[in-house]
Write a protein that binds this ligand. Structure first.
Ligand SMILES: Cc1cc2nc3c(=O)[nH]c(=O)nc-3n(C[C@H](O)[C@H](O)[C@H](O)COP(=O)(O)OP(=O)(O)OC[C@H]3O[C@@H](n4cnc5c(N)ncnc54)[C@H](O)[C@@H]3O)c2cc1C
Length: 470
């Protein structure tokens, strides 16, 4: 069976790996990746000076069971570095770092609700009741909030301004949007998973850059089993000639397949379709999805300026800042990785929901980031990075805006014989993220495996507490 995959990100590689794990002799797989490197949103590469650069901070959560299972199956367990599980919140209004207790222990998480920073005892009680209601919200009930923003949802739940401001952290750091723009449905589904599922470890980072930790092992596995990974080969159109789907690349070459899998962000699909397909479901609504601008600043220091390996987040308070919504020291995560021996900190500064700052020059962004780091981290005061890189990511990331869930398909089958949809927007406990990308590829592979008489791979669900309705 000839399978053409459009996109060499995690979902495209997951599709290929799940096919080739089960039945390597049955599938001839070809992956077309527009970029010169694989990985998409999870890519990392070397800069001109040989230093590793990543798209941005990636957290691996304890409920990422399908991803862990995939890497175990290909014989490359992920090099995970555990944080202490807590969330550290840079509070722009006070210049203090507030600690939100969280982690694999239920007691610690309950302690987090009881001591949630910046709230009165009454607000903490309100928060506990709200989280309980969220845990009891099943998918259908959560979907009913799709027309609401996170701000509207929190107001409808009677959240006080302080409570709303604290919970908005999730919208900025996970959905990459301001609470007034982010879909309440995704917010509910993420909080339900975060508070309702139990894992064996705390939130983790990778002990090596994304390519070494994730992408290269997967790419090596699939090419080792005979797949062709065509880098720098952008697909211009996917069509059909009556006998089956065909892929036309930007250089005009056309190849026939038995199956073609779209593994690109949802908003990028319609431009690859023949006009006649664009208006039919499930494609018709994808054109209304939109991207979210993200900026990643990497700051290189010749001394250590960060105290630990945790991630520090903020809600990017419009009035008080800071400019970043997450920052972490990669030198601490990569300690022990043979590919690079840093002499000081490598701070990765992530700016999600970056619409308000994309107009700033690189120099201005770096200056703002350094000033904000000095506000929260004493060791950063009076220290200037020896170098800085600014990465502006566009065209990658589907924003889970209000109405998002009415636009994304709930099926991988497009209804056109042999044409499938993978991608983080098509699957997962709350859509979006590495686990969703892996699950989507697994689900598409399962359709093709079943068609050839092979057993499907089991789809692993988050390990929810018994009272959670998911
Ligand atoms: C800065 C940042 C931080 C993130 N942090 C986290 C995190 O902490 N935890 C988490 O779980 N997730 C995180 N994510 C999200 C995670 O990276 C994505 O959900 C996941 O990588 C999506 O994989 P994908 O394969 O669905 O899409 P993509 O990674 O977007 O892959 C799609 C691929 O298709 C290629 N492509 C597009 N058009 C064409 C074409 N015409 N022809 C050929 N190829 C094409 C692209 O180049 C790309 O390689 C983050 C993302 C970013 C950008």
């Amino acid at each position: 069976m000839r399978v053409g995959i459009v996109g060499g990100g995690l979902s495209g590689l997951s599709t290929a790996a799940h096919l080739l794990l089960r039945a390597p002799k049955d599938f001839a797989v070809e992956i077309f990746e527009a970029a010169p490197i694989a990985g998409g949103q999870c890519a990392s590469w070397r800069d001109a000076r040989g230093r590793p650069v990543e798209t941005g901070i990636h957290l691996d959560f304890p409920w990422y069971h399908n991803k862990d299972a995939l890497f175990a199956a290909i014989g490359h367990p992920l090099p995970l570095r555990e944080t202490d599980g807590n969330y550290y919140v840079c509070n722009g209004a006070t210049d203090r770092v507030d600690t939100l207790l969280a982690g694999k222990s239920v007691l610690k998480t309950l302690g987090g609700l009881a001591t949630f920073p910046g709230l009165t005892p009454r607000e903490r009680w309100q928060l506990t009741r709200l989280i309980w209601r969220i845990l009891r919200t099943d998918d259908a009930a959560a979907d009913a909030h799709d027309g609401q923003s996170v701000s509207e949802f929190l107001a409808s739940q009677g959240a006080t301004p302080a409570l709303a401001a604290q919970l908005s952290l999730e919208a900025v750091t996970i959905q990459g949007l301001r609470p007034e723009d982010a879909s309440a449905t995704s917010f509910i589904k993420f909080l339900r998973t975060m508070y309702g599922s139990m894992g064996k470890f705390d939130t983790t980072f990778f002990g090596a850059p994304l390519a070494d930790a994730l992408i290269d092992p997967l790419a090596n596995f699939v090419t080792g089993r005979g797949a062709h990974l065509r880098l720098g080969r952008a697909v211009a159109e996917v069509g059909t000639d009556g006998t089956g789907p065909r892929i036309r690349t930007a250089d005009g070459a056309e190849t026939a397949f038995d199956h073609v899998v779209f593994a690109v962000p949802g908003h990028a699909v319609p431009s690859l379709l023949p006009a006649a397909w664009r208006e039919r479901p499930p494609f018709a609504r994808l054109g209304a999805l939109s991207e979210t601008p993200i900026i990643t600043i990497t700051l290189w220091y010749d001394q250590s300026v960060f105290q630990d390996g945790n991630v520090y987040i903020s809600n990017r308070d419009r009035r008080h800042g800071p400019i970043f919504d997450a920052v972490a020291d990669k030198a601490r995560h990569w300690a022990g990785w043979k590919g690079h021996q840093p002499t000081g900190s490598i701070l990765q500064v992530l700016i999600d929901a970056a619409d308000d700052v994309v107009h700033l020059s690189d120099d201005a962004l770096v200056a703002r980031a350094c000033a904000d780091l000095a506000r929260f981290f004493p060791a950063c005061r009076g220290v200037t990075p020896t170098d800085a890189t600014v990465l502006r990511l566009t065209g990658t990331y589907c924003g889970t805006r209000v109405g998002y869930w009415s636009l994304v398909p709930r099926t991988h089958d497009t209804g056109i014989p042999g044409v499938w949809l993978a991608g983080d927007y098509t699957a997962g406990p709350y859509h979006y993220g590495m686990e969703s990308a892996v699950i989507s590829g697994k689900q598409v592979a399962n359709h093709l495996l079943t068609a050839r008489g092979h057993a499907p791979h089991p789809i692993l669900r988050p390990n929810y507490l018994p009272f959670v309705r998911a």
